[in-house]
Design a protein around this ligand. Structure first.
Ligand code: ADP
Ligand code: MG
Length: 243
């Protein structure tokens, strides 16, 4: 079905910020379709509008103009109450700075989205332990963020993003604070999880190496789409950077 295939559609999106007298055109005339199961990467320099794009899709900001349709839902029309439900039901997030709760253990951080959904504690702990094992942190369940390396913290962040089995995962510079070896590990975990569950990944980066993980690379320049590159799917399957 057509609408099933097109999981995300942006139609003539513009976003203009007003700072006093000044107008900042963050995005202009964006038209884009992302298909279900795609790994789509927004690639562009700092300030080109990548994060704004993700924020609009997640309903964290409203577009100045245009439509954002995700799973047939007009995100730009949702009020805060429905946006919260929409995010809980469909979206997972991985952040550059991990955004873990410092007072909570790895297990508690990963369980959080399930707690918000009212999943009973023994069930969410069981599932969270499974996910922590899946990201290679079976021995770090009781560790707090400050007791873990950046790469480990991001793996907690990944487990938390995927715990609710979201159909779409947004990752804004997920390896921006990591060294190149850890970057490969983290990217391989994220992309293999997405592939396994046939989820859709929307990835934001300024790093061409990261873009190589994508099926579709959307080059962003000064708030516009410069070009879209469709990568051969068979090539991007499997883990890049592993012997
Ligand atoms: P990127 O993620 O590609 O680095 P952003 O989407 O964060 O770029 O920003 C795009 C442009 O919009 C930049 O010029 C930035 O300064 C501006 N911008 C982003 N957020 C705001 C805001 N809340 N208020 C004013 N300008 C903003
Ligand atoms: Mg950004």
């Amino acid at each position: 079905m057509e609408n099933d295939q097109k999981i995300i559609q942006l139609k003539d999106i513009s976003k203009i910020y007003r700072l006093g007298e000044e107008k900042v055109i963050a995005l202009q005339n964006i038209n884009l379709t992302i298909n279900k199961g795609d790994i789509c990467c927004f690639l562009g320099t700092s300030g080109s509008g990548k994060s704004t794009m993700l924020n609009l899709m997640a309903g964290l900001e409203k577009p100045t103009k245009g439509e954002i349709i995700i799973k047939g839902i007009h995100v730009e029309k949702l009020n805060e109450k429905y946006l919260v439900r929409f995010r809980q039901r469909y979206l997972g997030f991985v952040f550059q700075s991990y955004n873990l709760m410092p007072a909570l253990t790895a297990l508690e951080n990963v369980s959080l989205p399930l707690a918000f959904r009212g999943v009973p504690k023994h069930m969410r702990n069981k599932r969270s332990i499974e996910f922590l094992k899946a990201v290679g942190l079976g021995k770090y369940i009781k560790h707090k963020p400050t007791q873990m390396s950046g790469g480990q913290q991001q793996r907690v962040g990944i487990a938390r993003a995927f715990i609710g089995n979201p159909q779409i995962v947004f990752a804004d510079e997920p390896t921006g604070n990591l060294d190149s070896k850890t970057t490969k590990e983290v990217m391989n975990i994220i992309t293999s999880m997405v592939r396994k569950n046939n989820q859709t990944l929307v990835l934001v980066t300024h790093d061409l190496n990261i873009a190589q993980y994508a099926d579709k690379i959307v080059y962003i320049l000064d708030g516009g789409i410069q070009k879209i590159e469709q990568v051969n799917r068979s090539k991007s399957r499997g883990n890049i950077g592993e012997e």
